[in-house]
Design a protein around this ligand. Structure first.
Ligand SMILES: *Cc1c(COP(=O)(O)O)cnc(C)c1O
Length: 370
């Protein structure tokens, strides 16, 4: 049996550190907004190379609170990828702003800067690139556009903690970076968690207010805020994991390279290929079954039979979800995103995956498609 993601080995590797973190917080008698969150924020900011980090309840609210802090709302447009997890869109519509979906580059999976340029209007207030599957979006091109038009950039770093573009970490390139610490992410908590990284002191200050009922001084409320706080236990667990993140990403890189080697030359199979300037962290290893949905279903069945986990990220693009039926973007509106949804398949990946398991998955894929 080869699980899609092996979560238990992380605990096995870090049990002493994680158990110590648990004991430290339990015995402290302090569970929300305390020393652990403060320490994690400093450590994570240092890791990302930003001046500030603000711990929040989850990745979705990290995205949403930045838009709130920038005072975006009805009438404002935010450029988002057509090919992303729905959370990216939900953050925009939650503040009442309008999503302007933009298709990925032909090679995929990330948003195409040339198409962004064509989508900018006088109402565009922000661009929200996503570093999908752990592969950084073309941030140099996106920042150049944003500078030229005076618009903000918020990176969705949920799948790409630790990745780099020409030596700079994702989350430190845009005006803000929104991170998720959902358990399955490259650095995950044992529950929900999120953060925003930024060099902008005013933004950080506003987020600290927004996350705590709009209050900086107890029972004095400056604005209508949220309850969106990273808790002490999760912060302590994340502090235990952070020193391993680069090494774990390095192991993901080795697994991805092995997949790419072992899967070469299989007819009808597209392999992921990151641009030269990007240092991806392989949150997922996503292949494409070029002959479409039915052939992909056959491959999933063959993997299932062999006891190998696989998942589709994502089977339905946001514009075709019931949740966005009111936007009236029917089938054919974003053909590149739709084709990706019909052809992508994520193979098992994680820092504790063994080389023999990679070989077994590759051999099963080869046999199924040959
Ligand atoms: C996981 C994820 C989110 C949301 O993070 P949560 O912590 O689950 O709210 C946002 N965007 C992308 C691309 C994600 O993968």
């Amino acid at each position: 049996m080869i699980p899609f993601l092996d979560m238990k080995s992380v605990y096995a590797e870090l049990k002493p550190e994680l158990d110590a973190a648990y004991a430290r917080v339990m015995e402290s008698g302090w569970y929300v907004l305390g020393k652990e969150v403060e320490a994690f924020e400093a450590e994570y900011a240092a890791f990302c190379g930003t001046r500030h980090c603000v711990g929040l309840a989850n990745g979705l609210e990290a995205l949403e609170l930045v838009l709130r802090a920038w005072d975006l709302g009805p009438g404002d447009e935010v450029i988002v990828p057509s090919n992303t997890y729905i959370a990216t869109w939900l953050a925009v519509t939650a503040v009442g702003a309008t999503v302007v979906p933009v298709e990925p580059t032909p090679a995929g999976p990330n948003i195409d800067p040339d198409r962004i340029a064509a989508a900018i209007t006088p109402r565009t207030k922000a661009i929200m690139p996503v570093h999908l599957y752990g592969e950084p979006a073309d941030m140099d091109a996106i920042m150049a556009l944003a500078d030229r038009h005076g618009i903000k950039v918020i990176e969705d770093v949920a799948q790409a903690q630790g990745s780099k573009v020409r030596g700079r970490r994702a989350g430190a390139i845009g005006h803000a970076g929104a991170h998720s610490f959902f358990p399955t992410k490259n650095i995950g908590a044992y529950g929900d968690g999120g953060a925003v990284t930024t060099d902008d002191a005013r933004l950080a200050e506003r987020l600290r207010t927004l996350r705590n009922y709009g209050s900086r001084v107890k029972y004095v409320n400056l604005e209508r805020g949220y309850n969106s706080r990273l808790d002490e236990l999760q912060a302590a667990f994340l502090r235990a994991k952070l020193p391993r993140l680069d090494a774990w990403n390095e192991r993901r890189r080795a697994i991805a390279a092995r997949y790419t080697d072992k899967l070469a030359g299989i007819p009808g199979l597209g392999l992921p290929r990151a641009p030269q300037w990007a240092e991806p962290v392989w949150h997922l290893y996503v292949v494409r079954v070029l002959d479409g949905k039915d052939r992909r279903a056959e491959l999933v069945e063959a993997l299932d039979k062999a006891g190998i986990g696989s998942l589709i990220h994502y089977p339905i693009p946001p514009h075709l979800q019931e949740a966005y039926a009111d936007l009236k973007r029917g089938k054919g509106s974003y053909p590149l995103a739709e084709t990706l949804a019909e052809t992508v398949l994520s193979l098992p990946m994680g820092p504790h995956m063994k080389a023999e398991a990679v070989d077994e998955v590759a051999a099963t894929v080869r046999a199924a498609l040959s």
